[in-house]
Design a protein around this ligand. Structure first.
Ligand code: DAH
Length: 344
């Protein structure tokens, strides 16, 4: 067959091929078949060297013209198919389906409790202070009346960074830092993270405390009672009963632990006839430690001996567990969105 005729035949052949090609994928197969490196056009043109030299230019021109025609046909068909595909997507799009709402964050229960407690205590005249989590032995122990051989320094409890540097085991060192930088009268609270070598069902290596300190002249245990009672009633409700039990802390004398009437059973020890699992039927739950600042602490910070004041320390997770009825301490640190989302 003559080469020119063969070239001209490609156009109607492609036209009938295109009539069958109903997808972009089928179209691509067709394009390779006609215009590809080993396609029909290339195959026909491979016969070019066999033509008489005089016939070659005309054949070459024809080949170019046919190639353009073929390409134009492909482009036309391609955009028609693309438009059809888009129209189909639009047809399937259902604007009445409700959208997916973005996830909404919520504050961690620790944060909620810290903010609430700080709010209440700010209202009672306390400033909020902070201190470092990596602390010198002096601030964490020595100045708080815990000399080198004191059992509270036990390697079992304390995470040591080096011989004289520890991860603070409580927020009490902020008391000392505050007194070293301010003169009485003063009232501060310090919320923050504390660290201990402890990990089981009811202990985590990191947890949160809030420290309180009020120092001035003529401050007595009655002030401590009054402030803590008012504070606890703000947090747990005005019907909450408070009791002080004698206790011991190296940095306070006298010292006390404070219990509140159980917020689960209202102090009755039973819920619907069942033993209360929160207070184990005692009707009371321990909430914080406190006491009158020990004179040894004033001496460590260079305060005169005629000042007096009180301090207290409470566990944030403990308050949150009681307040929100959370049964498992580990939930605070697992970052499970199903748990955290409940505090939105
Ligand atoms: N620092 C104590 C602890 O971590 C808590 C504490 C008890 C703080 C009595 C005080 C206090 O300020 O007066 O166990």
């Amino acid at each position: 067959m003559d080469l020119i005729t063969a070239l001209e035949g490609l156009v109607p052949e492609l036209e009938s091929g295109l009539a069958q090609a109903s997808s972009l994928e089928a179209l691509e197969v067709l394009r390779v078949d006609f215009l590809g490196r080993k396609g029909r056009l290339a195959h026909i043109m491979s016969a070019l060297p066999q033509l008489a030299p005089a016939d070659r230019p005309a054949a070459g021109q024809k080949a170019n013209a046919v190639k353009e025609q073929l390409s134009a046909l492909f482009e036309q068909h391609k955009s028609a198919l693309e438009q059809a595909r888009e129209a189909e997507a639009l047809r399937r799009f259902d604007p009445t389906i409700p959208g997916r709402l973005p996830w909404r964050g919520s504050l961690h229960p620790d944060t909620l409790v810290i903010e609430e407690i700080c709010d209440v205590l700010r209202g009672l005249g306390f400033d909020v202070a902070s201190g470092p989590e990596v602390e010198n032995d002096f601030y964490n122990f020595e100045s708080l009346n815990m000399p080198p051989e004191h059992p509270a320094r036990d390697m079992q409890d304390t995470l040591y960074v080096s011989d004289k540097v520890v991860m603070r085991t409580h927020t009490s060192p902020v008391q000392v830092r505050t007194m070293l930088s301010r003169k009485p009268p003063l009232a501060v609270i310090c919320p923050g993270k504390v660290y201990r070598r402890d990990s089981d069902l009811t202990h985590t290596p990191m947890f949160h405390q809030i420290e309180g300190l009020m120092v001035g002249h003529g401050i007595s245990m009655a002030h401590l009672r009054g402030i803590l009672t008012a504070f606890v009633r703000e947090i747990f409700g005005s019907a909450t009963q408070v009791r002080f039990r004698p206790s011991f802390f190296p940095f306070t004398e006298p010292s006390a632990e404070v219990d509140i009437s159980c917020c689960m059973c209202g102090g009755k020890g039973h819920v619907n006839g069942e033993p209360c699992r929160v207070c184990k039927t005692t009707g009371w739950v321990e909430i914080l430690g406190c006491g009158m600042v020990d004179p040894a602490v004033y001496a460590a910070v260079g305060y005169p001996s005629d000042v007096s004041g009180f301090a207290f320390g409470l566990g944030v997770e403990r308050v949150a567990m009681l307040k929100y009825g959370i049964g498992d301490l580990r939930m605070f640190f697992e970052n499970d969105a199903r748990f955290l989302g409940q505090f939105a």
